[in-house]
Design a binder for this molecule. Sequence first.
Ligand SMILES: *[C@@H]1O[C@H](CO)[C@@H](O)[C@H](O)[C@H]1NC(C)=O
Ligand SMILES: *[C@@H]1O[C@H](CO)[C@@H](O)[C@H](O)[C@H]1NC(C)=O
Length: 383
Amino acid sequence: MRGRKAIAASLTWALSISSVYSAPSAAVKECEVADHEVTFKTIYVPPSNYNTPKTLYGRTVQLEDGTLLATWENYSPEPPLVYFPIYKSTDKGETWAPFSNVTDQVNGWGLRYQPDLYLLPQAIGDLPKGTIICSANSIPTDLSQTKIDVYASVNGGKTWSFVSTVASGGVALPNNGETPIWEPFMMVYDNQLVMYYSDQRDPAHGQKMVHQVSADGITWGPVVNDIAYSTYEQRPGMPTVAALPNGQYIMTYEYGLGPNPAGSGTFPIYYRISSSPLTFDSAPGQILNAGGTVPTSSPYVVWSPSGGPNGSIIVSANSHAEIFINTNLGDADSWVKYATPQSRAYTRHLRVMDDPDYLLIMSAGFLNGDNYVTDSVMKLPNL
Ligand SMILES: *[C@@H]1O[C@H](CO)[C@@H](O)[C@H](O)[C@H]1NC(C)=O
Ligand SMILES: *[C@@H]1O[C@H](CO)[C@@H](O)[C@H](O)[C@H]1NC(C)=O
């Protein structure tokens, strides 16, 4: 009930300033910096009193004027409850400065894990085009519950308001038999928001991957399976999705305890391609194998029109500093490993820049690490 009140307040406010987006303002001029190569720049170094791993799980969003916003899991000492810092770059990822914070406005738990940033490409319900969405796993300090909440900013990331709760789960431990939810990833499809996440609540699966859709950002439909294996212990997770130029969609995932003929680890990267991003459940799974190299753990996928008529599918994984590129629309035999100037990281983030020949890669460190946050922007190879 607390949530309902906040929704009403935030939407009234969203409507009142939505006109900001109809004026092509001075803000557009603010960031007239061309995309260029940026090599391993520091976004944020946490103070020594932060808890291990200090930072993790970086994400960005790019606004229409080219401004980049970045956030990450931020392990600051509590109180105050943990939050997602928003850092801003107006020079295409070269330098970064603190800009705002996304804080828990409804649970009294903090915004702890797995932020996702997304720029609305169209209006959804009362949220105007250009709204920035920050989805989050809100979790109390004792990790006893998990909740995927949606926050929105209609002023370029300066202030944030709670919009809705998508789903709730149990204790935030990734063990079979527990019931948490994890790793929200949002996109718009067919005039609806789609929220993908990993789900341990189904007693038939240690973990599966699911989505829910919403036409207004407030009311969310039923849980639909995307990837669920019949072997209970197998744990597909970490959904990200990209649209391909032939009308199809690719989802990459880590396939916990999935088959890995290369023997490179127990979380091999797999992918599925489907004609709709709502029907991955019936699409065949395919291992990502680049000439014998099978990357593992915490993938991220994007597509760029750079690289020829089919563009480039680009995948990052925890196991490699390199990226994996496919210029044949995901054809199983067409993956190429390609060097980057950026460090490896747990769930490293990718973003295709305005000039799609340039790719931003963001790292915020490793599980149990002593981490800090960095980015690079590299030119794609045009393979
Ligand atoms: C974010 O919150 C922290 C902790 O309350 C505070 O120290 C910091 O100044 C805030 N940052 C911004 C940009 O408001
Ligand atoms: C585009 O992808 C298709 C499907 O794999 C492939 O048959 C075709 O050769 C590719 N085109 C180019 C120019 O690479």
